[in-house]
Design a binder for this molecule. Structure first.
Ligand SMILES: Cc1cc2nc3c(=O)[nH]c(=O)nc-3n(C[C@H](O)[C@H](O)[C@H](O)COP(=O)(O)OP(=O)(O)OC[C@H]3O[C@@H](n4cnc5c(N)ncnc54)[C@H](O)[C@@H]3O)c2cc1C
Length: 276
């Protein structure tokens, strides 16, 4: 289908984008367009105006910042996947970005767009949740706030972003030698996850395990984390992977099937993370 009519304006500065958003409650930001434009073509989204932020150069970077790695929100998935800094310091992020869609999607889609879209089937939100990443959000009058990934995803396609706020940066911890795994169960390499699992091996704070497409947002597998903290082995802990989940039933899989897959995938992810 053809999208409903809309205006278009390209901006070079974040504050200009914020001011245009403030002026028009029906306007929307356009980054890589790989989630928004399909919705517009189906007329599930009908913004009055697209504010194209994709050319804001100073929002595309991966750099060291103290004990964190800072990733500009407009960094494309391909650049995240091929960042030597992330491959060395937080490899789960680079690896997961390399699994997204196909080369075209990875060359257009941005990490900020993926997180702001807040699709529970998206891979990167789950990884950010497991890592305890921080998301930097800018609003009117230069206001800026940092949101923990754990509270950024509020529901289905519902990020903690006001209409006139822009996600500008994602801050991930250096995981160093800590073992990790991201496993994605799907039918074809380019497909979205039917179920996905991000796992970080236990350190001083215990293990971190998060799930993709097992609720209306990315969620921590708290039962698994609790079992591991209590000394359970990965296979025993993974049996609790379905606790607290509410996965969808759709054309790809039933909710019950997803819950069974999650148990298998969590076990494999923990074994991989602990052996790395
Ligand atoms: C064929 C295909 C396969 C895909 N496969 C996968 C997959 O396997 N795994 C996966 O995780 N994803 C997948 N994706 C989604 C992909 O990751 C998208 O690129 C991503 O979801 C959206 O990023 P974008 O930059 O294109 O955002 P856009 O589509 O431009 O924007 C998405 C939404 O976020 C808002 N937005 C964008 N940037 C910002 C910002 N900085 N601040 C605030 N709001 C913002 C927009 O207004 C819009 O509402 C796939 C997409 C396609 C088309």
């Amino acid at each position: 289908m053809i999208p409903a009519p809309f205006e278009y304006e390209r901006v070079e500065f974040v504050d200009h984008a914020i001011s245009l958003l403030s002026d028009d409650p029906e306007a929307k930001l356009l980054a890589g367009g790989h989630s928004l434009l399909p919705l517009m073509r189906l007329r599930l989204a009908r913004p009055s105006k697209l504010i194209d932020i994709s050319r804001i150069r100073d929002l595309s970077y991966v750099r060291e910042d103290g004990d964190r790695i800072a990733i500009g929100a407009l960094t494309r998935h391909h650049d995240v996947a091929s960042s030597e800094l992330l491959q060395a310091e937080c490899p789960i992020v680079a690896y997961t970005a390399s699994l997204i869609g196909d080369p075209q999607v990875r060359h257009m889609g941005t990490i900020g767009g993926a997180l702001a879209h807040a699709d529970p089937a998206g891979d990167l939100g789950t990884v950010m949740l497991a890592l305890g990443a921080e998301l930097v959000v800018r609003g009117p009058n230069g206001a800026s706030r940092r949101v923990p990934a754990g509270s950024f995803f509020r529901g289905l396609f519902e990020p903690d972003l006001a209409h006139d706020e822009v996600l500008t940066e994602i801050r991930v911890p250096r995981t160093g030698s800590r073992g990790w795994s991201y496993l994605k169960f799907h039918r074809r390499a380019i497909d979205w996850a039917i179920v996905g699992v991000a796992a970080l091996a236990p350190d001083g704070d215990g293990a971190a395990v998060a799930l993709t497409n097992m609720a209306d947002r990315p969620i921590r597998a708290s039962g698994v984390e609790e079992a591991l903290a209590g000394g359970a082995d990965p296979a025993t802990a993974a049996d609790r992977a379905a606790e607290g989940t509410s996965p969808p039933s759709d054309a790809f899989a039933s909710a019950e099937y997803r819950q069974e897959v999650a148990k298998v995938l969590v076990r494999r992810a923990l074994e991989e993370a602990m052996s790395r």
